[in-house]
Design a protein around this ligand. Structure first.
Ligand code: SF4
Length: 382
C-alpha cells in the first residue's frame, strides 16, 4: 500500500491527473508531509516565481433578510424579523468609497435571499457602484443569488446573469457551494438550490463569459468520500468551461446556528484537503488558503501544501464571523505571514495580476488602517 501511495504521489506531483478514488486514497492515507510536498511541487511548477498573493477587498453584506434558512448560518434573519436589515444604496456606496480609500480593488456583495429584492434592485446597486467607482471590480453575488433572483423576478438563469453582467457585475463569487453532494447539502441547507443547480448556474455563467471561483465549506458532517466527490463535481464542470479561477476551501464555523455541536474539520484535515485539491485540480489555476476560519498559522502552512494565495485582508466580513470566526488580520501581517513561509508576497487583483510585488522587506507597507472588521464592529453601524 505504501509503495502504491508513493508512486501515486510521484505521478500526481509530475502533473498527471488523479481519479476520485486515488484522491480519496491520498486524502485518507498518504503521509502528511509527503502529501504536502507533492502538492508544493505542483504549485512550484505553476508559480516558479515563488510569489504568494493576497488581495485588498471588502465584503459588503447588503441584507441579512433571507428565506433560505441554511442550518449552518448565523447571519440571516427571516423576513419580518425585528433584527432584519437591508442597506440603502447610498450606504453601500459609502462603504465602497471607504474601501477604495483604503486601497481595495474588489468588492464582494454578499447577502441573504430577501423576497423584497428583485433583479431591478441588484441592477441599481451594481450600476451605481460602477458609476461612482469604474475601476472597482465587482466580484460579487453567486449561483445562489442567481437562483433567488430568477425565482423572485420570474426570469431564467441566463437572463439574470446577462442583466447582472450588463449592470456591472464582473465575476461571480464562489459562495453558496457549501458542499455540493446531495446528502450532506440537504442535511445542512434543505431549502437551498441543489448542488447540481449551483453547478448548472456556474456553467451557464462561464459560457456567457462571467467567470467565478468555487468554494468548499468543510466540516458539517460529510464523509471523506463526499469531500472528494465535491471536488469531482467542480472538476467536471471546469473540464467543460475553464471558468473557475480559483478553488477556496474553508472550515465550517459552529457558533450561533442550528448545527451547533457538529465537529469542525480539524487543521490537519484542512491541510490535507488543500494538498489533495492542488493535486486533483489540474484544471484550476489558483488555490486559496483560509486564515479567516482556520487561523493565521494554518493559513501560513497552506502555502507549503499547495496554496498560492491567502485571499483577502477582509476590510469587512459579517457572515462567517457571525458563526464564530474570530481571526483578524491586516495587510502588514498577511505580508509577514507570506514572507515567513519563505515566499515573496504580492498584492493581486481579481484576475490574479500582481498589483504590487513586495520584493524587498525594507519596503513593506506598515499600514494599520488596512485591517479586518467583523460583525462586532460593523453591525453596530447597520
Ligand atoms: S448562508 Fe446565505 S442563503 Fe443560507 S441562510 Fe445564510 S444568508 Fe441565507
Amino acid at each position: 500500500m505504501t509503495r502504491s501511495i508513493d508512486s501515486l504521489l510521484a505521478s500526481a506531483a509530475d502533473g498527471n491527473r488523479i481519479s476520485s478514488d486515488e484522491a480519496l486514497l491520498l486524502y485518507t492515507e498518504a503521509p502528511l508531509h509527503a502529501l504536502g510536498a507533492a502538492a508544493d511541487t505542483v504549485r512550484r511548477r505553476r508559480y516558479p516565481d515563488d510569489i504568494a498573493t493576497y488581495i485588498i477587498d471588502r465584503n459588503i453584506n447588503y441584507t441579512n433578510v433571507c428565506v433560505t434558512a441554511c442550518k449552518f448560518c448565523a447571519f440571516y434573519r427571516a423576513p419580518k424579523h425585528s433584527e432584519g436589515w437591508t442597506h440603502p444604496v447610498d450606504e453601500i456606496l459609502r462603504r465602497c468609497t471607504e474601501a477604495v480609500d483604503l486601497g481595495a480593488t474588489q468588492i464582494m456583495l454578499q447577502g441573504g435571499h430577501s423576497p423584497q429584492l428583485g433583479i431591478e434592485w441588484y441592477e441599481q446597486v451594481l450600476s451605481a457602484i460602477k458609476a461612482a467607482h469604474p475601476a472597482l471590480v465587482l466580484h460579487s453575488l453567486g449561483a445562489s443569488e442567481v437562483v433567488h433572483i430568477a425565482r423572485t423576478s420570474g426570469l431564467d438563469y441566463a437572463t439574470v446573469i446577462r442583466r447582472l453582467s450588463a449592470a456591472g457585475l464582473d465575476s461571480f463569487a464562489g459562495a453558496g457551494a457549501e458542499i455540493l453532494v446531495a446528502r450532506p447539502r440537504t442535511a445542512i441547507a434543505p431549502l437551498k438550490e441543489s448542488g447540481q443547480t449551483w453547478l448548472e448556474v456556474m456553467e451557464t455563467a462561464h459560457r456567457i463569459g462571467v467567470e467565478s471561483t468555487a468554494t468548499f465549506m468543510m466540516g458539517t458532517g460529510e464523509t471523506n468520500a463526499e469531500r472528494i466527490e465535491h471536488l469531482r463535481m467542480i472538476r467536471d464542470v471546469q473540464d467543460r468551461t475553464g471558468g473557475f479561477r480559483s478553488f477556496i476551501p474553508w472550515t465550517y464555523q459552529p457558533e450561533n446556528n442550528h448545527l451547533r455541536g457538529r465537529t469542525q474539520a480539524t487543521s490537519l484535515e484542512y491541510l490535507r484537503m488543500i494538498a489533495v485539491a492542488r493535486l486533483f485540480f489540474d484544471n484550476i489555476a489558483h488555490l486559496q488558503g483560509s486564515w479567516l476560519t482556520t487561523g493565521k498559522d494554518i493559513g501560513q502552512l497552506t502555502l507549503h501544501f499547495g496554496a498560492d494565495d491567502l485571499g483577502s485582508v477582509m476590510l469587512e466580513e459579517n457572515v462567517v464571523s457571525s458563526a464564530g470566526a474570530r481571526h483578524r488580520s491586516n495587510r502588514t501581517e498577511l505580508i509577514s505571514l507570506i514572507r515567513g513561509a519563505g515566499r515573496i508576497p504580492a498584492q493581486r487583483d481579481t484576475l490574479y495580476n500582481h498589483v504590487v510585488v513586495h520584493a524587498d522587506p525594507a519596503d513593506d507597507p506598515v499600514d494599520d488602517r488596512v485591517h479586518s472588521h467583523f460583525s462586532s464592529t460593523v453591525l453596530a453601524s447597520v
